[in-house]
Design a protein around this ligand. Structure first.
Ligand code: C2E
Ligand code: CA
Ligand code: CA
Length: 248
């Protein structure tokens, strides 16, 4: 597991992370997910791979999670994995096995894979929410599903794709679409996270459009756990410093 920070667009505080799979080879070179996730999805290997990633990531982050109860760790789950019978029980086993609270866990469900049964998915989402998990819709607005999907599923978070973030500064239609997603989220009691933020101008534009949180190279790419923990420490110190300077 590699960890990419998710930060509050107003305060700059790192409030969570997304766990992204990396295959580190014996020679230290890194294989990116697009080279192995699609194949592992086709072969069903994605299920053990995901649980291994969950176990590893939570074991590494546990000391930090115990010190910050509000910190949220997001994992990517494909629709076919989520809809397998017994998913909720499997999830509970892995999360309690790691001695972590369900409130620390975000389940990112991508739009890439079409949901065969929207009602079943909506029921599952609400039962996971009852158990304390946070549900995020990944890649919103890019799939085949349209906005009724967002409304029907009843998730907690909309993730705004990098595709829209790339042109938020330069293209009016991107801003219009983001505003639409932000308004939809507010209307449905959801929050928004924008991904792929590379510049301060993009972060400023997203904040002014009402997006809550962000993720992207502006703050950090996905990094190994030790580096991620160092980033958290640095983020805390720089915010304390800003606080002291303001007070003075
Ligand atoms: P995603 O879930 O949409 O993840 C966001 C992708 O955007 C990540 O790519 C991340 O590294 C990249 N990214 C974030 N910020 C920036 C930025 O500022 N600039 C640029 N250029 N890229 C940025 P990554 O890690 O290559 O993952 C690609 C996709 O593979 C993910 O897209 C996700 O759908 C899938 N994936 C990754 N790990 C897992 C996993 O453990 N399980 C499953 N099912 N899918 C995974
Ligand atoms: Ca994701
Ligand atoms: Ca995404």
């Amino acid at each position: 597991p590699f960890f990419q920070p998710i930060f509050d667009l107003i305060s700059g505080k790192i409030v969570g992370c997304e766990v992204l799979a990396r295959w580190v080879k014996a020679d230290g070179s890194i294989v990116l997910p697009y080279q192995f996730i699609p194949l592992s999805e086709q072969t069903g290997r994605i299920v053990p791979l995901t649980w291994q990633l969950v176990d590893n990531a939570l074991a590494q982050l546990r000391p930090y999670l115990r010190s910050d109860k509000n910190f949220r760790v997001a994992f990517n789950f494909g629709a076919s994995h989520l809809l397998q019978p017994g998913f909720a029980d499997d999830l509970r086993r892995h999360v309690t096995g790691a001695r972590v609270g369900s409130r620390n866990i975000v389940i990112e469900l991508t739009e890439r894979e079409e949901l065969p049964d929207l009602d079943h998915a909506a029921n599952l989402i609400s039962s996971l929410q009852e158990r304390g998990y946070v549900i995020a819709l990944d890649d919103a607005g890019t799939g085949h599903s349209g906005l009724s999907y967002v409304q029907k599923l009843g998730a907690d978070v909309i993730k705004i794709d990098k595709f829209f973030v790339d042109s938020v500064v330069t293209t009016r239609s991107a801003r219009v679409l983001i505003e639409l997603l932000v308004n939809l989220a507010k209307e449905l009691g959801m929050t928004t996270v924008a991904e792929g933020i590379e510049t301060q101008e993009q972060a400023d534009a997203l904040r002014s459009l009402g997006v809550d949180k962000g993720q992207g190279y502006l703050v950090s790419p996905a990094v190994p756990c030790a580096k991620f923990l160092a980033l958290l420490e640095l983020n805390k110190l720089s915010r304390e410093l800003a606080e002291t300077t303001r007070a003075a």
